[in-house]
Design a binder for this molecule. Structure first.
Ligand code: FE2
Length: 291
């Protein structure tokens, strides 16, 4: 199944002017990988990602742009589809031959909403940022991926995770190798991102996962939610969770997706699970702008 995407065309829309104005380029020179400074910075980020499993760039988005991005996202956060589920730490069917309380079968709870990409207006700041090629190229360099494309899925290319009162994401390893998120709006309480870095495949992985699920805090790192931070995260090697959110202000986190195949899209079952829709429900008439 393939889905054409005009968003993958270089320099689409007004991204070439709006996107770089949103980013603190003096601190994070990501605009031209051919420039030695930009290249050296991207190399350092790549090294950080390889050594630690994540690359965190606080203050990536300038404060004024952050306000605009957050207020825009708030205007269409009511389009979020909410998914409540239980799952094991591996997001799979578990081990039927093992006991119910085996690490492979223990269940975690997740309640999260997601605004699909086709609900995000053309011309919005988030879409302009996502469609800016130098950002894609920088992230591809950090991940060591070439060629590297924006994700062609009409729902999942760049969606926004919305955690309202009671929202949480239980302990898990991601199915995808990496995840790129933008910390856009912190909730009033909770919503901490916690992880135990790079334990997948270790000899003691099962013991560590079991201890984490028991609530043992050994090795657990909490990443501060600082709005404006860009996070590139190797989520299939590192168990992680988002703690329960409370309060009226939702935790908003855009998820920027990419692929090494320009035609890769989500399966219909994934679309149904996360956005409650299938390919027959694609919104094609989102005109105007949230600016
Ligand atoms: Fe995850």
């Amino acid at each position: 199944m393939s889905q054409s995407s005009s968003d993958n065309s270089p320099g689409s829309g007004g991204a070439d002017t709006l996107a770089p104005a949103m980013i603190d380029l003096s601190q994070y020179p990501v605009s031209d990988l051919n420039h030695p400074d930009s290249r050296a910075f991207a190399d350092r980020c790549r090294l950080q990602y390889q050594q630690t499993g994540l690359c965190m760039l606080p203050g990536f988005i300038k404060p004024e742009a952050l306000q605009t991005l957050a207020s825009e996202a708030s205007t269409f956060s009511d389009k979020a589809y909410f998914c409540k589920s239980t799952h094991n730490a591996y997001l799979d069917d578990g081990d039927a031959s093992a006991a119910k309380d085996d690490t492979a079968n223990r269940q975690e709870e997740t309640f999260v909403g997601s605004v699909a990409y086709d609900y995000i207006p053309e011309g919005s700041h988030l879409k302009q940022l996502y469609q800016w090629d130098p950002l894609k190229d920088f992230i591809g360099h950090v991940l060591g991926k070439s060629p590297f494309y924006r994700f062609a899925d009409p729902f999942g290319a760049c969606s926004i995770n919305v955690f309202v009162e009671g929202g949480e994401h239980g302990w898990h390893f991601d199915e995808s190798e990496y995840t790129v998120t933008l910390m856009l709006q912190a909730p009033e309480t909770g919503g901490a991102f916690e992880y135990v870095p790079q334990i997948r495949g270790r000899e003691d992985e099962k013991e560590i996962v079991g201890a984490v699920l028991d609530g043992n805090r050994d090795g657990v790192v909490e990443l501060p939610f600082t709005a404006g931070t860009l996070l590139i995260f190797g989520g299939n090697q590192t168990i992680h969770r988002v703690t329960r959110v409370s309060g009226k202000r939702p935790r908003l986190v855009p998820v920027l997706c990419y692929a090494e195949d320009p035609n890769l899209v989500n399966s219909e079952s994934v679309r149904k699970l996360f956005w409650g829709r299938t390919s027959s429900d694609i919104q094609t008439n989102v005109a105007g702008s949230a600016q």
